[in-house]
Ligand binder design. Structure first.
Ligand code: COA
Length: 485
């Protein structure tokens, strides 16, 4: 494949020098709309259009040269800065001396070692300890602000200002600085509130639309409030960096957790508005004759789109809590489903042949499909259905995911070694860039890079470093006699 692409590039370069265009290059260009293809050809200088000669992932990192002052803690902020670090940014995590990010000591499984909570959210970063409330600590922070491109923080509302790091001050120290924040809520009645994951899930519309109709609202295991907001913030930062190329100026980036959750729940706000036009016919409750209320109801495991789908039992469900499969009765493959489950008559029967006729009978239809899935393991169902293009999804446990060879092969699940906890599994970068492959490096120990950052990044002199340390700004001040040396 690489050879083919190289050939195509060669051919493209030749075409610029008016030599005949090779067949491969023609074929490679064919799917692109004409205007786009022509624009791209005129915009890209031939040298830049060439593929890297260094091979996959060997041509530097996407965010090489970007320095991040990482003032984040817990999950939302660290998710964002970890992503930026995977793409090659130099992420300098500023932590409070003694304790550091509170998650280092939360949910501890190996006594004396940083928790998995911390290690899995802080890969590829460097750590400096700094008391930001001390005079010397603020002096170091000032130098960090002047040196870095982006400051990322997710303190409680007002904490950064209370520290003295107002936007005006940051901007006056470094007009190119991008200051990115996660907060629980955007401006408004709740802007002063502290927010954690499940608060955001509830306030962002996820909990009210998750769960079964006859049960209470449910939060989901996917950390859409924390990690979801971190992802949104990373995109905001990269966009601000891109805009800075044009304006030369930094800007503030704000992601409220409520907003990010709502963005991920936008199909539920879609359904809220569709209610005006009548019942939501693809929801199981419609077929059951249960009336709809004023708000988008909880839909159990109903499919989010227009194709009805549910979770069905598979062989072994009595013992294995994850012996289930998600089954979608996609209309174009309905006839194949009928043959597979042994109901060929449904292909022509007026009650089952067409999607609108099936909607009031979904419970009965899925009941029949389940009789079939219960005779197979979830992987057998997966194999048989995929061979027929029927979309299904096995319910994979975290154990199965941890052991899945294909996830290991792509680096989505990685084993990382750590000096105090040993080997552990982590989730690598789920976003794959061919020229900027992510290596997953272990998280830093608390203050591991304090000296390195003061010396090499911030260029403090030996005397200045001695003064900073003697003040206690980077941790416990050394005994006086030593500090004086
Ligand atoms: N040196 C000195 N002080 C430091 C410091 C450092 N290096 N790092 C943090 N602090 C101080 C802060 O200045 C703040 O002090 P203040 O309250 O006197 O102004 C204090 O530590 C605590 O910060 P805070 O953010 O309030 O922590 P918290 O544990 O009370 O609250 C959250 C935690 C997550 C609820 C809160 O930070 C928050 O709402 N953040 C925004 C939303 C968010 O990201 N939530 C999801 C987290 S996964």
């Amino acid at each position: 494949m690489a050879k083919k692409a190289k050939k195509a590039v060669k051919a493209k370069t030749k075409s610029k020098t008016k030599k005949p265009v090779k067949k491969a290059a023609k074929a490679a260009r064919r799917p692109a709309p004409k205007i786009v293809a022509r624009k791209a050809a005129t915009r890209a200088a031939p040298a830049r259009a060439k593929m890297s000669t260094k091979g996959w992932g060997k041509d530097g990192k996407a965010l090489d040269g970007v320095k991040i002052l990482d003032f984040t803690h817990v999950q939302s902020g660290p998710t964002c800065t970890q992503l930026l670090a995977w793409f090659g940014a130099d992420v300098i995590k500023v932590e409070r001396p003694g304790t550091g990010d509170i998650t280092r000591g939360q949910l501890v499984d190996v006594p004396g070692a940083d928790s998995l909570y911390f290690t899995m959210l802080n890969h590829n970063k460097r750590s400096i300890t700094l008391d930001s409330k001390s005079k010397q600590g603020m002096a170091v922070l000032e130098r960090l602000v002047k040196t870095c491109d982006v400051l990322v923080e997710n303190f409680a509302p007002g904490a950064l200002d209370r520290m003295g790091l107002t936007w005006e001050r940051i901007h006056s120290w470094n007009p190119r600085m991008i200051a990115a924040s996660v907060k629980g809520f955007g401006p408004g009645a709740y802007e002063e509130c502290k927010v954690y994951e499940n608060v955001a899930q509830c306030a962002g519309g996820s909990a009210s639309t998750t769960g079964f109709l006859d049960g209470p609202p449910l939060v989901t295991g996917a950390q859409i409030g924390d990690s979801g907001t971190g992802l949104h913030l990373a995109l905001g930062i990269v966009s601000a960096l891109y805009q800075r190329n044009r304006t030369g100026r930094g800007q503030k980036v704000l992601c409220a957790m409520q907003d990010s959750v709502l963005n991920l729940c936008r199909v539920k706000l879609r359904d809220q508005q569709r209610l005006k036009a009548g019942p939501l016919r693809e929801y199981t409750q419609f077929g059951q004759g249960i009336p709809f209320g004023e708000a988008t109801p909880r839909a159990g495991n109903d499919s989010g789109g227009g194709q009805p789908g549910v979770i069905l039992k598979c062989k072994g469900w009595e013992q294995d809590p994850n012996a289930y499969i998600y089954f979608i009765t996609q209309a174009p493959v309905w006839e194949k489903i009928c043959d597979l489950i042994g109901e060929p008559g449904w292909k022509t029967h007026p009650d089952y042949a067409k999607p609108p006729a099936r909607l009031p009978r979904l419970k009965e239809i899925f009941g029949r499909i389940e009789q079939w899935t219960m005779t197979k393991t979830k992987f057998e169902v997966m194999n048989e259905c995929n061979a027929l293009d029927i979309p299904v999804g096995p319910i994979l446990s975290m154990k199965e995911i941890a052991e899945e060879p294909s996830l290991r092969a792509t680096g989505t699940v990685v084993e990382v070694d750590h000096p105090t906890r040993g080997k552990y599994l982590s989730v690598g970068n789920p976003i794959k860039l061919s020229d900027s492959i992510s290596e997953v490096k272990r998280s830093p120990l608390l203050g591991e890079h304090t000296d390195e950052i003061l010396t090499k990044v911030l260029k403090f002199s030996a005397r200045e470093i001695a003064e900073i340390k003697a003040s206690g700004a980077t941790g416990q001040a050394p005994p006086k006699a030593v500090a004086a040396e």
